[in-house]
Each structure stands twice: as C-alpha cells, then as structure tokens.
Design a protein around this ligand. Sequence first.
Ligand SMILES: Nc1ncnc2c1ncn2[C@@H]1O[C@H](COP(=O)(O)OP(=O)(O)OP(=O)(O)O)[C@@H](O)[C@H]1O
Ligand SMILES: Nc1ncnc2c1ncn2[C@@H]1O[C@H](COP(=O)(O)OP(=O)(O)OP(=O)(O)O)[C@@H](O)[C@H]1O
Ligand SMILES: [Mg+2]
Ligand SMILES: [Mg+2]
Lengths: 165, 165, 164, 164
Amino acid sequence: MRLKKLEIKGFKSFANATVLNFNENVVGVVGPNGSGKSNIVDAIRWVLGEQKGKELRLDNKSDVIFNGASTKKPAGVAQVSITFSNTKNLLPTEYNEVKLSRYLYRNGDSEYHLNGVKCRLKDIHNLLIDTGIGSNSYAIIALGMVEDILKDKDHARRKMFEQVS
Amino acid sequence: MRLKKLEIKGFKSFANATVLNFNENVVGVVGPNGSGKSNIVDAIRWVLGEQKGKELRLDNKSDVIFNGASTKKPAGVAQVSITFSNTKNLLPTEYNEVKLSRYLYRNGDSEYHLNGVKCRLKDIHNLLIDTGIGSNSYAIIALGMVEDILKDKDHARRKMFEQVS
Amino acid sequence: AKELFLTTFYKVRENFIRVFRSLFGENDSCDLILLDEENPLESGIDIIARPKGKRPLSLSQLSGGEMTLTATALLFAFYLQKPAPFCIFDEVDAPLDDANVLKFNNIIQEFSKDSQFVIVTHNKTTMAEVDVLYGVYMQDMGVSGVSPVDFRNMKHDPILSNIN
Amino acid sequence: AKELFLTTFYKVRENFIRVFRSLFGENDSCDLILLDEENPLESGIDIIARPKGKRPLSLSQLSGGEMTLTATALLFAFYLQKPAPFCIFDEVDAPLDDANVLKFNNIIQEFSKDSQFVIVTHNKTTMAEVDVLYGVYMQDMGVSGVSPVDFRNMKHDPILSNIN
Ligand SMILES: Nc1ncnc2c1ncn2[C@@H]1O[C@H](COP(=O)(O)OP(=O)(O)OP(=O)(O)O)[C@@H](O)[C@H]1O
Ligand SMILES: Nc1ncnc2c1ncn2[C@@H]1O[C@H](COP(=O)(O)OP(=O)(O)OP(=O)(O)O)[C@@H](O)[C@H]1O
Ligand SMILES: [Mg+2]
Ligand SMILES: [Mg+2]
C-alpha cells in the first residue's frame, strides 16, 4: 500500500486547493515557522479518521476550517482527500486505488467518502484497521509521541504493543 | 554582577575536576547528545540553591553525585563552586568577588560555603534574593520554562510577574 | 490473547535491542521489561537504556537527545514487528546532534525499501538525505502553499530565502 | 502590593509588545491580559499572539516555532523589567527556523551589553553568533570534559568531529 496523493482545501491554513504527490520513498517537508508543515500532518491524521481534538491541536472541532486572514474570508468547509495505491492488497477492497475524503462544514455537518461514494466514519476505521495507519497508530510520530513513550502516559506503551500484536 | 568561573567535580557526569571561565558576554556550549551540556546548567542551578529534584532531573537527591562508569568508581561527594565579581554591588556584601560552593556527600550530608566560610542554604538564598538569579528565576531558561509559560502550569506566569515586581 | 501479547512482546524486545545498538553502539545495553509477567495485558512496561558505558538509574537521567533516540528505537521496534505502509515524523530530529541525525536518517533509508516516510524538518543534514523536498510557505498573509524544491537551489530560491 | 503588581504588569506588557514585534513583524499584534483586574494577585493571565495577519483563537493554534518565539518574547519582557545578571538558554533555539534563530541571537547580542548569556545549542547559526564556544565531550565512557573550541576549526578538531 503506497501513499500517492494528498489534496487539501479549506483545512487550517490551507485556504487554497493544494496537492502533494508522493512518488518517492522518503519525502522531506520544510519551511519557515508557521508556514503550515504540521498542518499537513494534521490533515493526514484527520482524513484517516482522527477524532481527538488534542491530537489535532484543536479547541473545537470547527477549528480545522480555515478561519480567515487579513486578505481572505473564512472557508465554509474543510476538505481533505488522500489517495493510496492498494499494492499487496493491504486494504480489504477489490479496488487498485483507494481515495478517502473527509469534509466538515461550518454548520457542523460531516461527510466521509470512499472512492467517491458517501460512507460512515466507521467504514473508514474498518478499512484501515489492519494496516497500521489508523489515526492512532505509532506510524504517525509527532515529537509528542516520543514523549508518550517516555512518560508512558495512559499506558501508551502497552497500547502500542496491542496495536502490533 | 558578572559570572567569572564555574568549578565542577563529582557532579553528575563530571567525575573529574572541571573549570569553565566566563570572560565573554555570550558563551555558547556545544557537544554531542549526552556529553554533559545540560548537566552544566543543572550544576549552576544546584549551586545557586535549587532544591526541587524535578528541576534538576533527579529521582533522589543523591542522583547528583557521579554514580560511576565502566572505568571509574562512583564519587563520594558532588561539589560545585560558582564565582561572581560583585560589580554594581548587586550582592549585599562588601566583597568584590563572591564564591558560592555546595557539597553533597554520599551519606546525605550537605555543606554550603560563602567565600570559603561555611554557611546555611538560607544565607545563599538571602544573598541572591534581589539579584534575579535565585534558582527559580526566569533567567534560567531551559526549554521547559518556555513550556511553563505556554501552559501556565501552577500559575507560572503570575509567579514570574511577582518575581520582577 | 495473553499468549499473543507475550509472543509479540518478546519479538518487539528483540527488535528494540537490535535497533538501539545500531543507534547507540554495538556494546550498549538496553532492555524492555514486562513488570507483571502473569498479567501481561494489564502490566506496566519498563524501558532500560544504558548508552555508552553509563549507568542511568532511569530514563529521566538520560539527556534530551538520548531519550529521543531511545524512544525512536522503540518506535522502530514496533514498526519492524508490523511495518506500517508509511510513517510520518514531525521534527523528531530537533534534539539530535549531527552524528545521531545521520544514524536516524540511515535507519529511515533502510526501512524505506518497504515503506514511505514523510519527514518534517528544519535540519540541513536530514534535508540532504531525503529523496525529494516539498517547501511549505505562506502565500499571502495566513494562507499556506506548497511547492517542490531542490536542495541544491535552496539558498537562491526567492521562496526559500524566506524558508532559509 | 496590588498597586506594585499592576504597575509591573503594565510595564511588562509594554515590553512584551515591543519584543514580540521585533521577533515577528512591526505590524503584528499581541497582548497580555489580566483576567481579573480587581484581584490581580490572584488573577490568571492570558497571552494573545497574532503573528503575520493570522487570527489564532488561542496560543495552542500557533505552530511550534511561533509558540517558542512568543514565550521567549515574554521572557525577554520580564528580563527588561528586571535584568538578571546572566541568563541561560538550553536548546531554546531547537524549534526555530534559520530566520528566527538569527532574530533570537540578535536580541541576545543587544541585551548582552548588560548581562551575560550562556547558550547551549546544536544550531550552527547560533554557534556562529556567540563570542566564545565551549565544547563538552565524553572523556572516557561516561565522564564529561570541557574544552574551548574555535568555530572555524570545528570541522577538523578530532573531539569535534565527534561533536559534529
Ligand atoms: N483554522 C485555521 N485557519 C487559519 N489558519 C490556521 C488555522 N489553524 C491553524 N492555523 C495557522 O497555521 C499556522 C500553524 O501552522 P503549522 O503548525 O503547520 O506550522 P509549522 O510549519 O509546523 O511551523 P513550525 O516550524 O513552527 O512547527 C499557525 O500560524 C496557525 O495560526
Ligand atoms: N549522577 C550521575 N553520574 C554519572 N552520569 C550521570 C549522572 N547523572 C546524569 N548522568 C549522565 O549524564 C548524561 C546526560 O548529560 P546531559 O543531560 O548534560 O547531556 P546533554 O549534553 O545535555 O545532551 P543533549 O544534547 O542530548 O541534551 C546522561 O547520559 C546521564 O546518564
Ligand atoms: Mg510544526
Ligand atoms: Mg541537554
């Protein structure tokens, strides 16, 4: 299973439609403080089904929607899509390419799509459950996760063992 | 009041007698991970009277004493001395040069010296109280203090205002 | 479930010792300890790390960089047990010195045969080690944009003279 | 005591706004707010930071580097109110990009007329900005030593090829 593409629009500081292609094995993301690098990491977690505001640095769920800047009005919806190629059939589906999309509207409505078809958050969780990239997985390693291991907050260590069993 | 010299022996990883001179205004401390840079910062806090184990990264008070390595036995005592020149008469003493020393022995005994004369920890605290470099002062800024400000742990912000009033 | 947990535990422990030694030194010791072997599913887990002949009594006595490297060794140990299709690191290399940044990147290069890695970094050594660089910048006030960049051009690019 | 606290609060607030603007931009806004003006000695204190035209709703929405810079601005604001004879920074520059590391070091150069600064760092830009460098290294296994180093020699020194 390989990452192919990430599309972001209206999500945090990414007001404008933005595409990242992942053709290489090791991709570096660089830029000045506050430019949006960690927001890209948040976007990947979010589209994979992350619900914990704390993990996404949010006080409220709607904080993911672009909230305006001096020369641009706030967005009405946050949208992120992530596309995988289903090599090794890691994903339990007959598709070769899998595209997950997530939308959050200002009025609080949420939508989830799998290859263009509306689905529930539950379906996304079930799809990812055996891949090791559920939004809580050890594979998304912000500096904070290193700290969870060191402090063993909420049995972080034991939970990781359970994840790889 | 200027920093002149720091002498460390038997303190954490500084098994051997070590001297740092501070002749310049801006001193950089560099070295590989685990070489002892933060231990130097701890030594300065400790000799200025720091008592909180957490601030010194200790589980027990005796953890400051060099605890041995594969080619060296543990030390019997941790000793740190710091020398200031009393410019601007910031320190309430008639001396031009002030040397503070602190010792901790394996059996738990503690000693404090002011210009070679034994004194109490209280005397050291009183001497430093108006200088802004009491061990809790905002002047010793490990990355953790930045975090205290941001999270406002235990009213960290208000305490800093009190310190500068 | 208890059997499975125990088997997994010991495999991850093997991996941890191996990765730890490649990040620290071949003679350095470390261990993972299941505090309550009778009750593994409820048990706490201790990490022992003794880099380079030192005898720290607990993790908290290690330096900032040594702690990060130890936790990273454990994360890679989990990864080896059940490789994830991709891994994301956000400034994990910030507390590491140059020699350790290289070791960290070497391990990533090795695992990158099987998985993809996305590494957010401010570190020049890491930037030189990845396969491609995406530069993130502020287009207008408060609006982000992304554009591929060439490390060799980084000093001259007008966007990146902003980044670096 | 209440009067003294209020006077101090407003002076520090002035300093904070000034330092914040020199670290971010002349048009950037920030504020310090005493939540309970009637009861300042018991009151909580809010920090508002709005770099570069953004409108973060709280500090937690800022990026890692923006948070560090904002907290540093506040620490310098306290410093200006009551300058300490020396200040020690331990890897405070780790989350900062190159441009911000320079600004951080410029402020230190300015304040260094009145105080001494001891800066622990892994950052090459900071190393080039200080007046003198002390290299810390492991003499034997587990035993630390210190020795002055010359930045221009750093790449060739056998100890420092260990450091870098
Ligand atoms: N909903 C939102 N709308 C607009 N801007 C937002 C929103 N949420 C966060 N931001 C802005 O995004 C910026 C943070 O971006 P991010 O955390 O990705 O930075 P970064 O590139 O990781 O920086 P650093 O190198 O300092 O870690 C902040 O300045 C924040 O104000
Ligand atoms: N009492 C002690 N006796 C011997 N060694 C000790 C003692 N206390 C701490 N140490 C060792 O000192 C080392 C930590 O040093 P320190 O924290 O100063 O490193 P550092 O140079 O700041 O590294 P980094 O760049 O990773 O922050 C650890 O490896 C630790 O085991
Ligand atoms: Mg970030
Ligand atoms: Mg350190």
